[in-house]
Design a protein around this ligand. Sequence first.
Ligand SMILES: Nc1nc2c(c(=O)[nH]1)N[C@H]1C(S)=C(S)[C@@H](COP(=O)(O)O)O[C@H]1N2
Ligand SMILES: [Mo]
Length: 449
Amino acid sequence: MMKIERSLEELYADDPERADTVAFGRKTGVDRRGFLGGAGLAAMGAVVGGSIPFAANMPGGLVPAAMAQDKPAAPAAPAAKGPTYLNFPGKSDKLVVLGEKPLVAETPEAQLDDDTTPTEKFFVRNNGQIPDEAKDADKWRIKIDGEVNKPIDITLGELKAKFKPVTRRMVLECGGNGRSFFTPQARGNQWTNGGAGCAEWTGVRVADVLKAAGVKPSAVFSGHYGADPHLSGDTSRVAISRGVPIKKLMDENNLIVWAMNGQPLPNIHGGPVRLLIGGWPGSVSAKWLNRIWIRDKVHDGQGMGGTSYRVAINPMVPGGKADEKNFRDLESMPVRSIITNPADGTKIPAGTREVKLRGASWAGDYEVKQVDVSLDYGATWQRAQLGKPKNKYDWQRWTANVKLPSDGYFEIWTRGTDSRGIAQPHVAGFWNPQGYGANPMHRVRVLVG
Ligand SMILES: Nc1nc2c(c(=O)[nH]1)N[C@H]1C(S)=C(S)[C@@H](COP(=O)(O)O)O[C@H]1N2
Ligand SMILES: [Mo]
């Protein structure tokens, strides 16, 4: 039995369509109902550890959550090794390391169960080295220059005194969040859904500071710079420098932040001071901020252009060759909903007939209009109770009570829909070489009994 379990599991990871044929005796896309109950399905039941009440609804070619690779380890690590947990001062050891150099770690969905993400649980994404902690935060200098009437060169201490502080709860999400759901694998850190968090950020409005500098009509784009050294140590190279169109930059929700969840911004999150640009890829929210360069053309810093933080305009063949003319910057992040409780792989006592679900949903520049959950592989959906955002760019918490028809193996799926009516797809679509915009429905497996 063990051999069949392993090979079926491996087959699902490598070649879901063929695994389907083995498990159900039929090819993907063909009605499988007549073939249920065969030896293949029994083998699948053995893998998931129970009967599968809604097996008839399992979509063809879709890797069952129980068989999908667990949290992906760093690309170089063997798949069997399991996750490496973060060991870093002030950070939770439940974060999963996706890369050591530069240090990148994600927050498993079940660790995002707090209304406001505690700092210790907040994901970490670096492109370069982590700079030494600033000795005197208030002496940190920030420059605003380029297409402005009065360039500004100000210390953090002066910035705090001169402009009105504001606190807002906002999602910060890596542009590559969800990347691991692409097939074939896209280049970069293999995020599941954990390259996101929602914290209370305190700072001054970017717009207030820019108004003081007087943005010229010639201004087109911003270029953001931080103090982190390039990974190579080469001082002539920049770890990352991205920017946004002036209209987005001037959004009154964007902040120059020095506090996170009421405490001084930790060095690992860009302290003493960082940018927080709502709704767009995290890469525009520069950490260790020391310069905002206002430009008269689209910024061409490190991480701009090519296929970096860019998606295909016309859909391309997955794994195919990229034509750089066919790419545009990823702007608003796509809608996403996650189940934060129960955790994936939870065992529930036999006879339990109701589960209380909790989750979070957010949609970049948009509000989330609706969250639905399904117990039967998407055949039927139930509307969740969706909370309101505290302010723009906040996430929305949701709850739902689902009834279990029997004991057995279930997958709980969640699907968010944004205010435009755009919902999460079943699988990651619109493949692109560096893997942006993957937002398939989140699936959690539970075993009742
Ligand atoms: N200076 C600097 N700013 C940066 C980065 C970086 O490597 N250097 N990474 C960016 C990326 S890609 C993301 S997703 C967020 C991550 O912020 P966090 O580490 O506080 O979660 O910071 C952004 N700002
Ligand atoms: Mo990112």
